[in-house]
Design a protein around this ligand. Structure first.
Ligand code: APR
Length: 308
């Protein structure tokens, strides 16, 4: 199997390392800074023997080399700087991602696109439109990361093992994420039976803000271990055709009463990409929050179209 990664920066190279370590697929890395891609591919290739991995990894100057990819992961673009929201990246990253998607369409028309570049719900929506790919084959990475962050913060606060926490986070990646409290359990118990409403609110706030906190602490660049691990989890489900359910940003055509938007919902991932969109029952508030997030995304998508 073959995975191409466009963007050899922090998220792209860490994703490459996770895939290399898994031995699941040969890897091609592309970056506008071709020496950076070469350096990362060479460095990771030097880890392969120590990792007992038989995959190959190479940097490509030409998009022709991504042909035959099962998955193309797009991580190219600017990362946030302190004080920036993901939406502040909309114009710059849509220009970058737009050009890349056209090249992916030409060189790897049968691939599945996993979009990581922020603001990723809008980038996934644009990629779908520009590529003309089947909606099952354009998938944005966020829900896995948001759930993973939520689980970690719950685990730290409740002193419960991560493996005993069930959490699902829908919506858009950012302040408008929609954690499903009714479906969140720690040690088999519902959150509202263990925590006071203000404690739950505090944990939710931390989950929403932790990406920005990392940006402030790093001073240059944004989070990458969490995003790369989440992207890898999605690639693994697709490559191994596991049909696992996880949250991802996908195009909705009537599901949850929403249309013409890419937004985070639970999906089943397998070798065809999105094998099923799962419609879980939402409380009135959760549905209203999801609709609010979709509305905000549609506004961003409209801005993006106007500036194209
Ligand atoms: N084609 C190919 N690569 C490009 C292009 C382009 N047109 N434009 C930029 N790049 C490359 C940069 O050269 C850089 O190596 O994208 C890479 C981005 O890497 P980083 O700056 O390290 O950013 P990273 O932390 O990896 O984040 C990338 O993922 O999680 C999101 O918000 C994050 O949008 C950001 C993206």
């Amino acid at each position: 199997m073959k995975v191409s990664i466009v963007g050899a920066g922090n998220v792209g190279s860490t994703t490459a390392l996770f895939i290399a370590n898994s031995g699941l697929a040969d890897i091609v890395i592309v970056d506008i800074l071709s020496d950076l891609a070469k350096a990362k591919a060479m460095d990771i290739s030097h880890a392969l023997s120590a990792l007992d991995s038989d995959v190959t990894i190479q940097a490509a100057d030409d998009y022709k080399e991504i042909s035959g990819s099962d998955i193309v992961v797009i991580t190219a673009g600017l990362a946030r700087k302190p004080g920036m929201s993901r939406e502040d990246l909309l114009k710059t990253n849509s220009d970058i991602v737009g050009q890349i998607v056209l090249k992916v369409k030409e060189s790897a028309p049968d691939s599945i696109i996993v979009m990581v570049t922020n603001p990723l719900d809008s980038m996934a929506y644009m990629a779908l439109g520009l590529s003309g790919f089947d909606a099952k084959k354009v998938i944005g990475m966020a829900g896995v990361l948001d759930s993973s962050r939520f689980t970690q913060i719950l685990s730290e606060n409740l002193n419960v093992k991560r493996s005993e926490i069930e959490s699902t986070v829908l919506g858009s990646h950012g302040d408008l994420m929609v954690p499903l409290l009714s479906k969140t359990k720690a040690g088999g118990r519902e959150l509202r039976d263990i925590l006071k409403p203000e404690q739950i609110e505090d944990i939710l706030e931390k989950t929403k803000k932790c990406g920005g906190q990392i940006v402030s602490l790093l001073k240059s660049g944004s989070a990458y271990y969490g995003p790369a691990a989440s992207c890898f989890k999605m690639c693994k489900a697709i490559l191994n055709d596991t049909k696992e359910i996880m949250c991802a940003s996908v195009y909705l055509d009537g599901e949850y009463g929403l249309n013409d938007v890419c937004i985070g919902v639970p999906v089943r991932l397998g070798k065809k990409g999105v094998e099923e969109i799962i419609e879980v029952e939402l409380s009135k508030d959760e549905l209203a929050d999801l609709q609010g997030a979709a509305q905000a995304l549609k506004e961003n998508n409209k801005c993006m179209k106007q500036t194209e």
